[in-house]
Design a protein. Structure first.
Length: 410
């Protein structure tokens, strides 16, 4: 069994339901619970865990060409959308079209056989976020095909958040809000560069894939900056962080909300990173099948300034839609250190979030951890931790893992 790299908080609600065809194990996004009381409290903030996994496949073939995934079949409520993992096992040269429709029959995504064959030799892909509680899959083929198209994994998204009071905040309630409806001009502009990252890997103790989420920001064209620990889970060895499984399961969504806009990308490769500094720069690529867009949002500007000042942080705490924590500050004793202390309210899922100067809107740090807790879940340190962006940039430019230049930040 793999030994955990470090303790991290895990939040999940497990709902198991079955029908005549299949059985799903579902951990809702936005519906999060603390670990059992006997479990050790985390000493650092972690990703927000949620997952859904099909332990028996939804299979389409020449014999069965239509399948419907309906939350009501599994006694699930408040589901607003899905993300599906699809595997192609049909013979090479087969010609078919998979149409994914919403509950009203309107097409949301078309996938062809050729898109699986051109996916770097891999026959499994993730869709982007499908904004419909009911999803219908329709296989169209001009002639019989040999083999199957399997929906072997999924993430179900719930529309309701649960107030857990587990946040690292200055007061009894977190001081955060929607940056677009209640933020300043600088906060709205900065929010465009912030995305939620969802990924996962196989938990050997459960023998199933489990997913988690973090936050990050676009620092240059196609370059996504997040925390290094977002590339692995408690069951992973440090050497397995950001390996192919995590990257292939990865989705970055810059419009994680209930609207109709889609700005989603897949993770290609890590071009710079450091476990000790706890950062990773990931190159993004368009999602297979064309769900989303090929144009990236605006990227954030960085600064080397370490002047103690007011700051704000934009993040996806608890896998929520974008939140801005403001009315917070850099602590002066952090100025000469590699890490920075701050008091912006956060929660699991905030890891990797950008910390901005309230004066200029420039990126000053990457958020890594919330309040430190002891094994009784008592707060022993009421400050959040981040790494200064100039430390990240300096390391990335000297130790980049990819031969490509890192534009505009070096």
């Amino acid at each position: 069994m793999k030994k955990p790299r470090f303790l991290r908080s895990t939040f999940a609600v497990l709902a198991i339901a079955s029908n005549r065809l299949t059985r799903l194990s579902i951990c809702f996004v936005f519906t999060l619970e603390c670990l059992p009381a006997q479990a050790a409290c985390p000493s650092a903030e972690a990703a927000s865990s949620f997952c859904t996994w099909l332990d028996r496949y939804q299979i389409l073939s020449s014999a069965v060409q239509i399948k419907t995934i309906d939350p009501s079949d599994y006694a699930l409520a408040n589901i607003v959308g899905w993300r599906l993992q699809i595997t192609d096992t049909t013979v090479v040269g087969a010609d078919w079209l998979l149409i994914i429709r919403d509950g009203r029959g309107r097409p949301m995504l078309n996938l062809r056989k050729s898109e699986f064959e051109s996916n770097s030799g891999r026959r499994t892909i993730w869709t982007g976020r499908l904004q419909s509680p009911v999803v219908r899959l329709e296989l169209v083929s001009s002639s019989p095909i040999s083999g199957d198209i399997k929906v072997n994994g999924a993430v179900a998204y719930s529309g309701q958040a649960k107030n857990l009071n587990f946040f690292s905040s200055k007061g009894p309630q977190p001081d955060w809000r929607d940056p677009y409806t209640d933020g300043s001009v600088l906060e709205r502009q900065a929010a465009d560069s912030v995305g939620m990252m969802v990924t996962g890997s196989v938990d050997p103790t459960k023998q199933q894939t489990r997913n988690w989420s973090c936050t990050g920001s676009l620092i240059a064209q196609g370059l996504f900056l997040t925390a290094w620990h977002c590339g692995g889970a408690s069951w992973d060895l440090p050497s397995n962080f950001w390996q192919s499984e995590v990257r292939e399961n990865c989705l970055v969504d810059f419009t994680w909300d209930n609207g109709t806009t889609r700005t989603q990308f897949a993770c290609d490769k890590v071009i710079a990173g450091s476990p000790s500094l706890d950062y990773a720069i990931v190159r993004l690529k368009p999602i297979v099948g064309g769900l989303g867009v090929k144009s990236f949002p605006r990227s954030v500007k960085t600064t080397k300034s370490r002047t103690p000042s007011a700051i704000f942080m934009i993040h996806h705490a608890r896998s929520e839609t974008k939140l801005v924590s403001s009315n917070c500050h850099i602590k002066a004793e952090s100025i000469g250190q590699v890490r920075m202390d701050h008091d912006c309210d956060s929660d699991p899922g905030s890891s990797g979030a950008p910390v901005f100067s309230a004066a200029s809107g420039a990126l000053v740090a990457v958020h890594l951890a919330g309040f430190e807790l002891n094994d009784k879940c008592e707060v022993v340190r009421r400050l959040n931790r981040a790494v200064w962006i100039d430390e990240v940039v300096s390391h990335a430019c000297k130790h980049k893992l990819d031969s490509e230049e890192i534009p505009s930040i070096c």
